[in-house]
Design a protein around this ligand. Sequence first.
Ligand SMILES: Cc1ncc(COP(=O)(O)O)c(C=O)c1O
Length: 382
Amino acid sequence: MRPIHISLGPNYEKDDAILALKTLLNPFKWFGKSEAGKLESNFEKLFPGYKALAINSGRSAEYLILKALGIGEGDEVLVQDFTCVAVPNAACWLGAKAVSAASGTDYNFDLSDLRKKVNKNTRAIIVQNTFGIPADTRAIAQTVGDKVTVIEDCAHALGIKVSGGIAFFSFGRDKIISSVFGGMILVSDGDLFNRIKVLRDKLLNPSIFWTIQQLLHPVVLSFILPTYTLGLGKLMLVILQKSNILSRAVYPEERSGGHPMVFPTKMPAALAILALNQLKKLERFNKHRKSIAQFYFDNLKLRGVVLPPNNKDAIWLRFPIKVSDGPGLLKYAKQRGIVLGDWYKDSDENTVNLPTYPNMNLEDAQKVVRLVEEWINTQHNE
Ligand SMILES: Cc1ncc(COP(=O)(O)O)c(C=O)c1O
């Protein structure tokens, strides 16, 4: 039985696991030239007016964009406080300072705090469309002024309208589509595109070991998941991650600003093959996420649960709620075999992410709603 788990291969289907296995068994395909190019062409079709460059992750994409803009020592890059460590790190790896600004009720930048954080050293801003909720990029651009380059971080938001000149995406294991690791840069300006392309083309491919590690991920998970709730699958997963046979989404050293040398590298064909297969499912995946989110909107009207704004253009990679005791709810759920999300507990531990992923169904969403209700009741009875 598959557990309700927000981050265990939320997007992989049987064909993805089979494709990963077939690719694993065919090393000649791992570093071929055409697959990443095909993925780029697909993105250019999806986003007319933009040119696309594939790379091995979202953080590598951000790093390369900032580098091509000449950002480094003495420069400041604005990021949200409510974000993943990978986002400020990419700026810091270049010697720049990542300056964080507060988030509003829509989990995106709060304009009044943003205004206070802009100064003469600010060179760029990473606009995160958190959980797939589109940020008001135009208002943000006006707030920071035209000397600051706006970069749209669509790591959570493949499928929203991109309106600025520069954007990047992630195909991480728990993103909108997944090739375990992977990323894409979109640029509308030809000059900037050429500068980024020169940098990207000089990058090396990731190592053979790293590539195998990622290909193994969907294959191994397809074996582990059915026995996960019995404990065996969970144990195997821990052993495989601890022994470094499977990778982690964020490397341990990144938590203290460390820079794993695999960021940036090229997107290997092996992973582009997986991403191309997932891209075919994009519309279905996002439609599904939106319907689960709507279910939460309709059924989670509880005192003590703050719902996000119901933005009709949002994709809902995850569905954030605010409660009085986030760690308490996460623990309560885990004890009952349901793993909810904690993005981003370091800046707000009372935001809990409910799952919307393709591999869950409405019955699972019902279980999640019931669980939150039960937990709220235990809170009121205490
Ligand atoms: C908002 C956001 N931006 C960027 C990234 C970086 O993407 P990647 O994991 O592909 O490097 C992540 C996740 O790690 C993220 O959550």
